[in-house]
Structure formats: C-alpha cells, structure tokens
Write a protein that binds this ligand. Sequence first.
Ligand code: TYD
Length: 141
Amino acid sequence: MNSRTIDLEVKTDGRGKLIPIEYPTQLGFPLKRVYYIYDVDNDIVRGHHSHRNLEQILIAVNGSIQVRVKTPFSEEIHTLDDPSKGLYVGPMIWREMFDFSDGAVLLVLASHEYDESDYIRDYEQYKKEATTYFEEHKEQR
Ligand code: TYD
C-alpha cells in the first residue's frame, strides 16, 4: 500500500531531542502546508476521506493516535505514539484517525495547499475512483 512508516532522525543531546524535517532529505515532497489537530475526544473518528493527489506525513507529536489507512484491496492500522515516527500517506488512500489519547496532537505535513476539489469524502465514490486509479498503480494497492 502507498502508505508507510518513516523513521525520523532525532538529534539528542543533554538538553533534549530535536527532529529536523527538511526537503528533500527527510521529506519526499516540497512542503506547501502544515496543520495540526488536537483537543479531539477519544470517541471521535476524523478523516473519512481520501485525496486524489495530496501526499502527507502524519506525526503524533504528543500522545497517541490510531490511523486506519485503506484501499479497496488492503487495510492497515497504525498506532502513532512516537514523535520520531511519521506515517506517509500517498494519493488515493482512504484514512480515518481515531482513539486520540488525552493531549494528543497530530501534526500533518502536506504537499499541496488546501483544495476541497482534491477530496473524496464519499466512500462509494472513492471505491469507484480508486479501482480505476489502482488499475494503473498496482504497486500502490
Ligand atoms: P477536515 O478535512 O474535515 O478534517 P479531518 O481530515 O480531520 O476530518 O477539516 C476540518 C475543517 O478545517 C474543514 O472546515 C476544512 C478546514 N481545513 C482548512 O481550512 N485547511 C486545511 O488545511 C484543512 C486540512 C482543513
């Protein structure tokens, strides 16, 4: 599937930890947008959409968050609970974020500006478009 965990290099010294994220060394796409999600109740599920073109990296900079990534062909659940790990999510991957712990902060690095026309929010529509897309991108299934 076109989604995978990325290990970020931590700069540790006696004063604590620092993680730089720079294009193209740590980031496979030039960064156009950053947003973060926090103050999410534990019973809330966010996401429920796919993007046609957007690439993103999700990082739990605090706390723990579950992320379901799926295509019509496969499904994975990742626990994000380590600021030194990112979850890359490529185009045409359906995602749901849930089980936010108290104080969890989800940082998202995105390859493009916010564009509502890049979203697919209806799962039936997603399945239709994704089935066509993955015919041409079988390795990303
Ligand atoms: P939404 O896509 O519903 O969040 P999630 O993916 O977590 O379910 O976005 C919530 C609101 O924020 C919605 O009104 C759109 C707006 N928004 C922006 O203005 N810019 C952004 O970069 C993002 C991601 C959302």
